[in-house]
Design a protein around this ligand. Structure first.
Ligand SMILES: C[S@@+](CC[C@H](N)C(=O)[O-])C[C@H]1O[C@@H](n2cnc3c(N)ncnc32)[C@H](O)[C@@H]1O
Length: 197
């Protein structure tokens, strides 16, 4: 099974898993790491079922613009089917080859995406390309690296090798892609990396 099919098949249960009471509040709290500002143009890369849409929209407001991008049609269909404002655009696409213009975003958010990207060098260069100079890439996970790698290891054939790079390796990948001001936070309950284009 391809990774794209794997995630499409996972979409309904991924959506169910994130319907627990308090989920929106937890996500709202976690989203402080995204450092969102009113009016920003944001790419939510590997957006899944669009669970970030409400919190990003609250922060960027009606003058902002949000592109929700994922390569799994099943995930995107669920996201598209939920109520959303008209400054939110759902795009089927692969982060290895973004069909998006240069310098078009203030922020790229990659929540629970990085380990699943087959060629991280290529995708990070694409994120760098679509960010305006000075724009921010935020790589985020709601658990630490060790816990996440354990979870993926037990996740079956398709994702068992989808691991987060170690701190030095990620810093190197980001620098090679042209990012600067890299900060990496790896705590038991969260993993966040920020990098400036
Ligand atoms: C673990 S899910 C996270 C979804 C969402 N960010 C969230 O936190 O709810 C990973 C998502 O990344 C998407 N994905 C994986 N590789 C991708 C790629 N190369 N291009 C675009 N999307 C990708 C998958 O389809 C899936 O929806």
């Amino acid at each position: 099974m391809t990774k794209r099919d794997f995630f499409s098949h996972l979409s309904a249960s991924w959506e169910d898993r994130h319907q627990e009471p308090g989920e929106l509040e937890r996500l709202r709290h976690f989203s402080r790491h995204f450092r969102l500002q009113p009016g920003e143009r944001v790419l939510d890369a590997g957006c899944g079922c669009g669970r970030l849409v409400p919190v990003i929209c609250e922060a960027i407001g009606a003058n902002g613009r949000l592109v929700e991008l994922d390569f799994a049609p099943g995930m995107l269909a669920i996201g598209r089917g939920k109520p959303h404002a008209d400054n939110v655009f759902f795009v089927l696409g692969d982060v290895h080859r973004l069909r998006l213009p240069d310098n078009g975003f203030d922020k790229v958010i990659a929540l629970a995406l990085l380990p699943h990207i087959d060629d991280k060098e290529v995708a990070l260069r694409e994120f760098r390309r679509v960010l305006r100079p000075g724009g921010l890439l935020v790589i985020a996970h709601q658990m630490g690296r060790e816990a996440l790698d354990r979870l993926h290891n037990q996740g079956g054939d398709v994702i068992q090798s989808d691991l987060l790079p170690e701190r030095a390796a990620l810093a190197g990948l980001l620098a090679d892609a042209g990012f600067s001001d890299v900060e990496i936070l790896d705590e038991p309950d969260q993993y966040i990396a920020w990098a400036r284009a």
